[in-house]
Design a protein around this ligand. Structure first.
Ligand SMILES: [Zn+2]
Ligand SMILES: [Zn+2]
Length: 145
């Protein structure tokens, strides 16, 4: 069995339980708890394979950093929390009228669109610690914030 598939289930389960579109570093750090020998390169290869087959989506983020999430059946928008940096799927349908509007106004042939909302997620806004771990660097020392 090709190595990347060894961690496939673990990776998919992790993303199912943490629908926050994490970074490869975050995913690697979480999976290492159960799979101490898992390398960053293998984590990355596994992610790439899952993106290529359409199981995962890859969102470009910030300075070329990719974030990975499960592909949902329906096209969806994202909410990005300025504080905990989770990227959360929004339960509102994508608005295809936007594409028709742009096309009608400009003549551009619109093929797809994305919309991102930014702010504080409801947990950060309420002063709570988010129930899924925030995307802070995983190995930061206690007390250094
Ligand atoms: Zn937040
Ligand atoms: Zn998503």
């Amino acid at each position: 069995m090709p190595r990347p598939f060894k961690y496939r289930e673990a990776l998919l389960n992790l993303l199912k339980g943490n629908p926050i579109h994490p970074t490869v570093d975050w995913i690697h750090a979480q999976l290492r708890r159960d799979h101490p020998r898992l390398s960053l390169a293998t984590t990355y290869r596994t992610l790439r394979t899952l993106v290529a087959e359409g199981t995962l989506c890859e969102l470009p983020f910030g300075t070329g950093e990719s974030r990975f999430g499960l592909n949902l059946e329906h096209k969806h928008y994202h909410f990005i929390c300025d504080k905990c940096q989770r990227i959360l799927d929004l339960p509102i349908p994508a608005n295809n009228r936007l594409e028709r509007l742009v096309q009608a106004e400009t003549g551009h042939q619109v093929r797809r669109h994305t919309v991102e909302f930014y702010g504080l997620c409801w947990e950060c806004a309420a002063g709570l610690v988010p129930c899924t771990p925030a995307l802070r660097p995983p190995r930061r020392k206690e007390g250094v914030e």
